[in-house]
Design a protein around this ligand. Structure first.
Ligand code: ZN
Length: 290
């Protein structure tokens, strides 16, 4: 059995901002990694002033495809699958009604497309988004959650479904470090407290990504149209400070066919494999392929 993780993301760049270091570590440990990207990101605004120049907007679909390929290579995805839908745009945007967009697609049809990928790839682990997208209610993120959940339920190959979390504790650490350095924080106190009340108790799984933090940063920068290299959240912390607040990525085990974990999980393959691919890699033993 080849250990395999399949992630379901809404747009190019989501794979870099959510769980990239985790995927990098698993890939490094010999686990097969597959990215399903639901849309082409055609509605993404050009957020990097350096990329806001003639010709970019006109060719945005092709440019974002290339950015995604570059980011996936940096992270260590073995395969990138496009589900083939158009970006639905932000809530209320005219793009919501485009006939090719994900929000307009019949849900069953979109689920079938994902099921076909799962049956071919046979991942033991699927990673998607939580149902709570209140912090960023993009129609494609809501859909991506729904697709992963339904496709997991409709197939028997995957044994565990995880949701990526951006926990309050991580934002709090970044917030406090920025203030400590006399810099401006993008997070308000109210926002942080609200997150702390709602999100922390969902964490079931913590993946140690020490040594792989640079991957996410580099992969994000590969999305040159979407990422301002001077963005305060991602790029303003000095490297050593950033390393001190990163180094762990957080997940919620949403559904398991191999029982409930005892205590905090440190590996997606707990209960699936008799060994931890991550521990094996750290001990210098190759993961069995075949
Ligand atoms: Zn997105």
């Amino acid at each position: 059995m080849t250990p395999c993780i399949l992630t379901v993301h809404a747009h190019p760049d989501d794979e870099s901002s959510k769980g990239a270091a985790t995927i990098a570590r698993y890939h490094d440990a010999g686990v097969r990694t597959v990215l399903v990207c639901c849309t082409g990101g055609e509605e993404g605004e050009i957020l990097n002033p350096l990329m806001d120049r003639p010709g970019v907007r006109e060719q945005i679909a092709e440019i974002r495809r290339q950015e995604l390929a570059a980011a996936a290579e940096i992270i260590g995805y073995d395969e990138v699958v496009s589900l083939g839908y158009r970006d639905s745009g932000m809530p209320g945007a005219p793009a919501n009604a485009h006939p090719d967009c994900l929000a307009m697609a019949p849900l069953e049809e979109a689920v079938e497309r994902l099921i076909a990928v799962i049956r071919r790839v046979r991942p033991q682990v699927i990673v998607g988004y939580p149902e709570d997208q209140s912090g960023y209610p993009h129609p494609d993120h809501l859909r991506a959650h729904e697709l992963a959940r339904r496709a997991f339920e409709a197939t028997s190959e995957p044994l565990k479904l995880y949701y990526t979390l951006w926990p309050a504790r991580r934002m709090r650490m970044i917030h406090e470090k920025l203030l400590e350095l006399g810099m401006e924080s993008p997070f308000g106190e109210d926002f942080l407290q609200r997150l702390e009340r709602h999100r922390e108790q969902r964490i079931t799984t913590e993946i140690d990504t020490a040594g792989f933090d640079e991957v996410a940063r580099k992969a994000l920068l590969a999305h040159a149209t979407q990422v301002d290299p001077n963005h305060p959240l991602w790029f303003s912390l000095p490297d050593d400070v950033r390393r001190s607040v990163e180094g762990t990525e957080y997940y919620q085990l949403a559904s398991s066919r191999v029982g409930d974990p005892v205590g905090v999980e440190r590996d997606f393959f707990e209960g699936i494999l008799p060994f931890s691919p991550l521990e094996r890699a750290r001990a210098g033993v190759g993961t069995q392929q075949g």
